[in-house]
Design a protein around this ligand. Structure first.
Ligand code: NAD
Length: 376
């Protein structure tokens, strides 16, 4: 079987697989084609791929010869047109949100796997690109806030007086929020964290954060550990608590998301107006609408001297380690669908294979995506 590693487009700097990962596949008899200069922005030159056993070729050649096509981002319309029914497309394409692409895959009878749909189970942890990339995002968001803030993060007791530590508010305590909590604490800030899932309270405390309590949140056992939409009454109470905390914060890092839905709106324009001039909001939920009313995806908006940063691809600012983590997750996933002789073996009895497979031979395999598409 032939695996083709494609080059990302635009401002993306990562590559789906670094050369260091390739031996894990070549020893499994997988042949590897890599698009010319695919890894150059992640400091992985073509020569390094060749040394690791790959052949460097054009994009066209990958589309013509590869059985599995791997990329981080979704395929372009042109890419989809070039795909054949016998080929398997693997990338992260947010199928609960990008339903148009899912329908196109379906109509063309293509086989597609979306790596952001790997089930969030213990067995699948080593394949979980969402966790890996959220780790990078949470880390980098705090560093960016610390660099931009006109004040320090830690408390300083100096001959010139005592400097108070920064107050950081983190909205959403999933993987990115917990990572941000840990890094902000390491930098010496006071960290307050809010989430609708009470289960994260202990984790927040163990990292040195203070949990902002708002009673009456709705949780669902069927949501697979994810958050669900909240009642209007709860949203009002939540708004008051966040408002009070936001006004005291120098930095807000927004990470609250609900899979397949627009991100919850947690910070109104009015709330931003109550923050101190020079404060920073980093909205990691920008790509699904953002948690702040003023957020613009991939833009920085300044309102009353508060910068609202809608950067939705921090992993691209840490290309080497982000590619390293992404590629290792993909390798672990490929081991499930490629047998010891290097042949493709799609076992849909395996919940990870079934859950990650979005389309195959005109059918949708991932149950959540199926119900979303059926209800459009
Ligand atoms: P996510 O990106 O979907 O959301 C980030 C956080 O925002 C979540 O903690 C969510 O509860 C919170 N949120 C949503 N709406 C909110 C609101 N209105 N107000 C405040 N917070 C709100 O989350 P994620 O990082 O992808 O993690 C989701 C779940 O998956 C978590 O339970 C996590 O522990 C679990 N998980 C499991 C595994 C595994 O076992 N393999 C790996 C990673 C994550």
């Amino acid at each position: 079987m032939i695996l083709g590693i494609l080059k990302e487009s635009g401002t993306e700097t990562r590559v789906a697989m670094l050369p260091e990962i390739l031996p894990g596949l070549t020893e499994q008899k997988v042949e590897i084609l890599v698009e010319k200069s695919a890894g150059s922005k992640a400091f992985a030159p073509d020569e390094a791929y060749v040394e690791s056993g790959a052949k460097v070729v054009s994009r066209e050649e990958i589309f013509a010869k590869a059985d599995l096509l791997l990329q981080i981002h979704p395929p372009s319309e042109e890419d989809v047109k070039k795909l054949k029914e016998s080929q398997v497309w693997i990338s992260a394409f947010n199928p609960l949100w990008e339903t148009g692409l899912v329908k196109t895959f379906l109509q063309q009878g293509l086989t597609s796997f979306s790596l952001d749909s790997v089930p969030r189970t213990t067995r699948a942890q080593s394949m979980d690109i969402l966790s890996s990339m959220a780790t990078v995002a949470g880390y980098k968001a705090v560093l960016e806030a610390a660099l931009r803030l006109p004040t320090f993060f830690p408390m300083f007791m100096t001959a010139a007086g005592t400097i108070r530590p920064a107050n950081v508010l983190i909205l959403g305590a999933g993987v990115a929020g917990l990572q941000a909590t840990a890094i902000a604490r390491k930098l010496g800030a006071q960290v307050y964290v809010f989430d609708v899932r009470a289960a994260v309270k202990e984790e927040v405390k163990s990292l040195g954060g203070k949990f902002v309590e708002v009673e009456g949140a709705t949780e669902s056992k069927d949501a697979g550990g994810y958050a669900v939409e909240q009642t209007e009454e709860y949203k009002q109470k939540q708004q008051q608590a966040i408002d009070a905390q936001a006004a005291k914060s120098n930095v807000i890092i927004c990470t609250a998301q609900i899979p397949g839905k627009k991100a919850p709106l947690l910070i109104s324009k009015e709330t931003v107006g109550k923050m101190k001039p020079g404060s920073i909001i980093i909205d990691l939920a920008a790509s699904t609408g953002g948690n702040c009313e003023l957020t613009k995806n991939d833009e920085t908006v300044v309102y009353k001297d508060i910068a609202i940063i809608g950067q939705s691809n921090y992993p691209a600012l840490t290309p080497l380690d982000a590619s390293r983590m992404f590629g290792k997750n993909v390798l672990n996933f490929l081991k499930l669908i490629v047998d010891g002789e290097g042949a493709l073996n799609l076992n849909f009895e395996d919940e990870i294979v079934k859950g990650t497979c979005i389309t195959h031979k005109g059918e949708i395999y991932n149950e959540r995506v199926k119900s979303v598409i059926e209800n459009i």
